[in-house]
Design a protein around this ligand. Structure first.
Ligand code: RIB
Length: 306
């Protein structure tokens, strides 16, 4: 089995169930708060591990209880955490996630140790990039680190996948090193500064990312599915109708599932179909890593993979 390396963030999520996302100046009362293992990078590594993939993660946590819990959760799914650094002077990253009744959320991230996932640390672990077949990146660690890792991955001939969340202005050099980018429609609008209100607008904005140098663009559209845009054309993939409880980690699990299929040599079309199945389960359950299905829970499509 081929190997995925996820380079990214690890956070302990404080999850609050609320009636609605607060507006500026509003105070909202909540009944309780749950701690759930999260972080976009860790959620992706966890998904790969849970779905039976050979996966390693690079990132940083503090020498605190949250860091220990995050590492234990990843190890429990077979993720290789050996080279994740534990830093005495930084707390593990945290996120405050408010989930409203519709399942939509708003997330505040306290970066903590994630800021120390820097170029020096990746340089010291460059052999981990060389040992992998695919590199999966997001934007909750410093942008120069993401660019450096993508460049090294590209140089070594690896498949480079970027989940551009949270969206930020990205340098052309990074776009040139990315084989597949997976923004949601909001992130696509922020990355390009273009309207994304209709399918035509989404395709036009995605083409802008192709012009900037990425290989393929996969735009997730929430319950409406996903759109693949590449130089050969575009394909719309329908979503699955499910009862949405909490959308946290839907994008992360989609990226991970897609990365798994691509790494094993399946087509982007097959990878997206599989990823939609996985994310459709994730949104029916609360929390980040607590919501990720295993192979038995995602229907017959997983048989393509194992
Ligand atoms: O994508 C969901 C994740 O974003 C949460 O787990 C939270 O930690 C933030 O990183």
């Amino acid at each position: 089995m081929r190997k995925i390396l996820v380079i990214g963030s690890l956070n302990m999520d404080q999850v609050l169930q609320i009636e609605h996302i607060p507006v500026a100046g509003e105070t909202i009362l909540c009944q309780d708060m749950k701690l759930v293992c999260g972080g976009k990078g860790a959620n992706q590594a966890f998904t790969c591990g849970r779905l039976g993939c050979h996966v390693e993660m690079l990132g940083s946590v503090g020498q605190d209880e949250n860091g220990s819990a995050l590492l234990a959760n990843l190890k429990g799914e077979g993720v290789d955490t050996l080279h994740i650094q534990r830093l005495p002077d930084y707390p593990t990253g945290m996120a405050v996630i408010a989930v409203e009744k519709t399942g939509n959320n708003s997330i505040l991230v306290i970066q903590g140790a994630n800021v120390m996932t820097d170029e020096a640390y990746i340089s010291a672990n460059i052999d981990r990039i060389q040992a992998a077949d695919a590199i999966v990146l997001q934007l909750e660690i410093p942008l120069p680190t993401v660019t450096f890792a993508a460049r090294e991955g590209k140089k070594a001939g690896k498949l480079v996948i970027l989940d551009p969340a949270p969206a930020a202005e990205l340098p052309d050099e990074l776009y040139h090193c990315v084989d597949v980018i997976k923004p949601n429609e909001t992130e696509l609008g922020l990355l390009t500064g273009m309207p994304v209100g209709t399918a035509e607008e989404i395709e036009r904005a995605a083409r802008r990312l192709l012009e900037r140098g990425v290989g393929s663009v996969v735009v997730t559209l929430g319950g409406a599915g996903a759109m693949l845009v590449h130089n050969g054309g575009s394909v719309l993939f329908p979503g699955k109708k499910v009862e949405v409880v909490d959308t946290t980690a839907a994008g992360d699990s989609f990226t991970a599932a897609m990365a798994m299929f691509l790494t094993e040599g399946y087509s982007l079309e097959q990878a997206i179909t599989f990823a939609i199945e996985v994310a459709a389960v994730v949104v029916t359950r609360p929390g980040a890593q607590s919501s990720i299905p295993n192979v038995d829970e995602i229907g017959e499509i997983h048989e393509l993979f194992i």
